[in-house]
Design a binder for this molecule. Structure first.
Ligand SMILES: Cc1ncc(COP(=O)(O)O)c(C=O)c1O
Length: 391
């Protein structure tokens, strides 16, 4: 060893021991690849459940731990993590659709998901039929024979329309369609979509699941046999979650229920206060009696969620003044973090929507979307009220 070159020591020493330490938390397995003790183990990779470690695009212990937690939260047989919500949504759709299939898609989807449906899937021979979010069960019942799946979000952005998940899932099952729900806004705390009968639930885990605005992540959960198809797409397209992000996602999910219950309470309180304000035309929040889906929301959801939309009288100029006057709520897109964020849909998430699309979705120029964080509810209320004085 005395003649051992330092370079070799520096590269290899200390790295070949396999640790089995009963740590309370799952460590970050910051590795792209795994050691095989011998050729037989390498050859047995696919068949030996103990020796399944090959390469981190395929599997990584920290990512698998996060997937186990998501499956448990959703009551799913299995879950898979992705590098972002869009990677998860693309992975799920590419796994279930084939050229010649039709996809029924809700008319109220996150902009990139809508673009995937409108521009990308048709290039691969998938016909996409758009259905109003309020008539998804009818769309499933009347779906053409080649329809393979139905895709929707609930609650929707930014008007918080709530889909009758059980009715839509049942209509899909009767017609032989797979139902896929993006439950990012609901979270598994407020809605267990698989229990309501959907086949796959997807999340932008960037939002509430991670909850701290510091990582992009996505997830798909559902039955093992469907997830096996999703896994094949993920390993080939390579949109796997990084282990460091998976660690933070795991940590974030430990407080998911506590965060979301608090966000539910604060959002409902703010929604009630803002609804009474003379400068406010409308507040969209599913647990308000004035919301068109109020009854359904109360029946289906544990809470109304952490996002509300407030429409100020006076359109974009008025809401821009409110937006710019906020002191505690940060002016930023995204949602679901511990920090409260506000954005104006017509100049952010819905900037490329046509006036007809905005009208169809009930989105006004004066709408401000607020994602409620964990700040003191009194402070948040005071901040929104002082900002509204500028409207
Ligand atoms: C409902 C919904 N689904 C999916 C996405 C996409 O997720 P990501 O930004 O993590 O790719 C978003 C992003 O805002 C979203 O709001």
């Amino acid at each position: 060893m005395s003649n051992q070159k330092m370079g070799t020591l520096a590269v290899h020493a200390g790295e070949d021991r396999i640790w089995a330490v009963p740590s309370v938390t799952t460590p970050v397995y910051q590795t792209t690849t795994y050691r095989f003790p011998d050729a037989a183990s390498a050859a047995a990779y696919l068949t030996d459940p103990e020796g399944r470690w090959l390469y981190s695009r395929l599997e990584n212990p920290t990512v698998i731990a996060a997937e186990g937690k998501i499956a448990a939260l959703e009551g799913a047989e299995a879950a898979l993590c992705f590098a972002s919500g869009m990677a998860a949504i693309s992975g799920a759709l590419l796994a279930v659709l084939r050229a010649g299939d039709a996809l029924i898609a809700s008319d109220t989807l996150y902009g990139e998901t809508a673009r995937l449906c409108r521009e990308v899937l048709p290039r691969f021979g998938v016909e996409v039929e758009i259905a109003p979010v309020t008539r998804l069960a009818e769309a499933a019942a009347g779906a053409p024979a080649r329809a393979r799946a139905l895709y929707f979000e609930t609650p929707t952005n930014p008007t918080m329309r709530v889909v009758d998940v059980a009715a839509v899932a049942a209509a899909c099952r009767r017609r032989g369609l797979l139902s896929i729900a993006d439950a990012t806004f609901a979270t598994p705390v407020n809605l267990r979509a698989l229990d309501q009968g959907v086949d796959l639930v997807v999340h932008s885990a960037t939002k509430f699941l991670n909850g701290h605005c510091d990582h992009l992540a996505g997830a798909v959960a559902g039955r093992k046999e469907l997830l096996a198809e999703v896994y094949k797409v993920r390993r080939t397209l390579g949109a796997t979650l990084d282990p460091a992000a998976a660690y933070d996602l795991l940590r974030g999910m430990k407080t998911l229920e506590v965060r979301v219950l608090r966000q539910n309470d604060t959002a409902l309180r703010l929604a009630r206060t803002l609804e009474r304000h003379p400068r406010v035309a409308r507040v969209d929040y599913p647990f308000l009696e004035s919301h068109p889906d109020h009854e359904l929301a109360r029946r289906l959801l544990r809470g109304g969620g952490g996002v509300l939309s407030v429409t100020v009288k006076g359109g974009l100029p008025a809401v821009s003044r409110v937006h710019d006057a906020l002191r505690i709520v940060a002016r930023a897109s995204s949602l679901g973090g511990v920090e409260s964020l506000a954005s104006i849909p017509v100049i952010s998430s819905h900037r490329s929507a046509s006036p007809e699309e905005l009208a169809a979705q009930g989105i006004d120029g004066g709408t401000l979307r607020v994602s409620v964080g964990l700040e003191d509810p009194d402070d948040l209320e005071a901040d929104l009220l002082q900002a509204l004085e500028r409207a």
